[in-house]
Design a binder for this molecule. Structure first.
Ligand SMILES: [Fe+2]
Ligand SMILES: [Fe+2]
Length: 293
């Protein structure tokens, strides 16, 4: 098949992906405004009984070690914070997509979710060192979604990893995106963007997905956010947590220094924070699933 035909097949596959739940879509919409109203977020969670139950299970899981159980959803949300609520909602509605085994990248089941969650935490830590006023929780959400296109593209890339890696090593192509483009006429950033369109995600999230490997190409107003995701992604890969064959096969845009105050030590500090926060979140998620049988 030609690249154009493959691209059309990929787009067709994206259109078959289920829509996000109403509450997850609303939470993404609300939290993409830097000055959102917390009461609005609480109302969305309260209107979704399954989500409310899950949030309460997560906050009361052993991982948080609370002496007294929390039974009010308002308190649970203020304890967990916006980012954890968005993570729970996304995992509820699109868990199978995030958990999928990416055979086309020769990665293990759950690698995408682990990489995305770590990238989200790292992007948030980067945003906390922003020279401007980039909201850290927004960087977290964008980080969580940045590689979602791989869940679709993987099915079309079976058996291609070795060839792509060889082409990069021989300098025939400069990064993994080009390997995807050459084979399918589309790469995982564009596939993710198409899915983001289908899901009607806010502009900031769509742009972050599309430009996370070339942040300088993002429209200026979103550039700090996209650079935070770009850096969060690379820090996570440097920490040894990628999504298989493509790990670290992309360029770092060093112009991030224009947007963040980051010394070399900060990168190590961020890596440590990522490991700590990831362990806690992952534990609370699996505890709360075990409890529900
Ligand atoms: Fe990526
Ligand atoms: Fe990534």
């Amino acid at each position: 098949m030609s690249g154009a035909q493959d691209r059309a097949e990929v787009i067709k596959a994206i259109k078959k992906i289920p829509l996000l739940s109403t509450s997850a879509a609303k939470l993404l919409e609300i939290t993409s405004n830097s000055d959102f109203d917390m009461d609005e977020l609480i109302d969305v969670v309260k209107c979704d009984s399954a989500l409310t139950a899950r949030v309460l299970k997560v906050v009361n899981s052993a991982a948080f070690g609370l002496v007294n159980q929390i039974s009010s959803i308002d308190r649970a949300i203020s304890y967990l914070g916006t980012r954890t609520i968005v993570t729970v909602a996304l995992e509820e509605t699109a868990g199978p997509l995030f958990e999928k085994k990416l055979d086309g990248y020769e990665s293990q089941r759950g690698d995408l979710w682990r990489h995305d969650l770590r990238s989200a935490i790292a992007a948030r830590e980067v945003a906390r060192r922003s020279k401007g006023d980039l909201p850290p929780d927004m960087a977290f959400t964008a980080g969580l979604l940045h590689d979602i296109g791989k869940a679709v593209l993987s099915d079309f890339l079976h058996g291609t990893c070795q060839d792509v890696l060889e082409e990069i090593e021989q300098h025939k192509i400069s990064n993994y995106l080009q390997g995807e483009q050459d084979r399918l006429g589309i790469d995982h950033t564009e596939a993710g963007y198409e899915l983001a369109q289908l899901w009607q995600l806010p502009e900031a999230l769509k742009v972050s997905i599309l430009h996370h490997h070339q942040p300088a190409e993002a429209p200026e107003e979103f550039r700090p956010l996209v650079f935070a995701v770009h850096l969060g992604d690379i820090i996570t890969m440097m920490g040894g947590c990628g999504t298989g064959a493509d790990s670290l096969q992309y360029q770092l845009d060093k112009n991030y220094v224009d947007y963040f105050d980051l010394a070399k030590d900060d990168l190590y500090l961020i890596m440590l924070t990522v490991e700590e926060e990831f362990a806690k979140l992952a534990q609370s998620f699996s505890d709360s699933k075990e409890n529900s049988g």
